[in-house]
Design a protein around this ligand. Structure first.
Ligand code: HEC
Ligand code: HEC
Ligand code: HEC
Ligand code: HEC
Ligand code: HEC
Length: 210
């Protein structure tokens, strides 16, 4: 066994033994981050999806511009927020304080002279050995609903739940293998019925693990 592995095993053993040594009995509560349904880390700014995507009805892809272009949906940079917040400075004290943090994030420059940005905490996180591509799902896939209607692209709501009622993002679905495969299997069946090619991988492990 090489040295790095030995150290890793050592740390893992301590990591697993520690809660037991400390008398924590709810070991099953310790979950992988991707299995955290309802996981909602505290964010640096009290941003609200309910207000922006709900009340103001701003399109998801105005901020998550990568969703139909590639693997990652991406998070908006501060400039995108400033398109509105250079003028919309908030009416209540709490709104003014939160929006003020955006101004600060614009002033702090990194080495390239770009605004430092807001350090949003990651909510969803697939394991590194899983390949998921937003563009395939959001733009290329044909989605057939319960009534047999065929739509181009899978709506965000299918995987992220109704974000227009959320504050900061919260994980709504467990991103388990079953979650992916169940939809793939159902969609493939419906595609066959509708005489469309069934392209969602079910048994080809290397489609998702590459
Ligand atoms: C078929 C399921 C599915 C659909 C449809 C989907 N997503 Fe995702 N989304 C995921 C998964 C899985 C992850 C975690 C990916 C990872 O950790 O690499 C994720 C992660 C994200 C993230 C954070 C990481 C990133 O990729 O930048 C954002 C933001 C996001 N999705 C927004 C959206 C938006 C907006 C839409 C609709 C335009 C959408 N998603 C549609 C499954 C989906
Ligand atoms: C298309 C315009 C628009 C964009 C883009 C936008 N906002 Fe807003 N936002 C608003 C409006 C309008 C309000 C209500 C302002 C008020 O209270 O007067 C608001 C309110 C807020 C508030 C105060 C919430 C409260 O409690 O009232 C915060 C914080 C905020 N936005 C953060 C952000 C962040 C972070 C971004 C970028 C990711 C962003 N906004 C992008 C229009 C926008
Ligand atoms: C709501 C239904 C749905 C969910 C949930 C879903 N998919 Fe898919 N996926 C599809 C459909 C439909 C296709 C076929 C797309 C096409 O027409 O090419 C597909 C295609 C794919 C492909 C092949 C195309 C490509 O991008 O290389 C991969 C890989 C894939 N999905 C991975 C995943 C993973 C990983 C997850 C879970 C994190 C997931 N999918 C969740 C519906 C879904
Ligand atoms: C005005 C900009 C804006 C709009 C519009 C917007 N979002 Fe977001 N979104 C954000 C910001 C900022 C974050 C990071 C803070 C957080 O986690 O809530 C985020 C986070 C997310 C995440 C979690 C990313 C992660 O770390 O895993 C998902 C999923 C998501 N948004 C989906 C959506 C969907 C779906 C819509 C449309 C219904 C939408 N967003 C509309 C700005 C926006
Ligand atoms: C549609 C996408 C998809 C396909 C096809 C797929 N997997 Fe997975 N697999 C996943 C996702 C997503 C996870 C993430 C599980 C996690 O992080 O908890 C996963 C996790 C795993 C794990 C880790 C253990 C676990 O359950 O968390 C193993 C092992 C695995 N897959 C093997 C396979 C094998 C073998 C096949 C082929 C028969 C396969 N996978 C096909 C998406 C897929």
């Amino acid at each position: 066994m090489n040295a790095k592995l030995a150290i890793l095993f050592f740390l893992l053993t301590i990591g697993f033994a520690m809660p037991i040594l400390l008398g924590v009995r709810s070991v099953p509560d310790i979950q992988l981050p991707n299995l955290h349904t309802d996981y909602q880390p505290e964010q640096p700014i009290a941003y609200s999806h309910r207000l922006h995507a709900g009340v103001l009805d701003i399109d998801c892809q105005y901020c998550h511009t990568g969703a139909d272009k590639g693997r990652h949906a991406t998070l908006p940079n501060v400039q995108t927020c400033m398109n509105c917040h250079a003028t919309a400075k908030g009416r209540t004290d709490s709104a003014k304080a939160e929006i003020g943090k955006l101004q600060l994030a614009m002033q702090d420059k990194n080495q390239d002279g770009q605004p430092d940005g807001v350090s949003w905490k990651r909510v969803h996180n697939n394991a590194d050995f899983v390949y998921f591509n937003h563009q395939t799902h959001v733009r290329i896939a044909k989605f057939i609903d319960d009534s047999g209607n065929i739509v181009d692209g899978i709506d965000c709501v299918q995987c992220h739940g109704d974000m227009t009622t959320a504050g900061v993002a919260k994980q709504q679905e467990q991103l388990t293998m079953g979650f992916c495969i169940n939809c793939h299997r159902t969609q493939n069946d419906r595609h066959v019925t509708a005489n469309l090619p069934a392209l969602a991988p079910v048994n080809s492990c290397d489609a998702c693990h590459r």
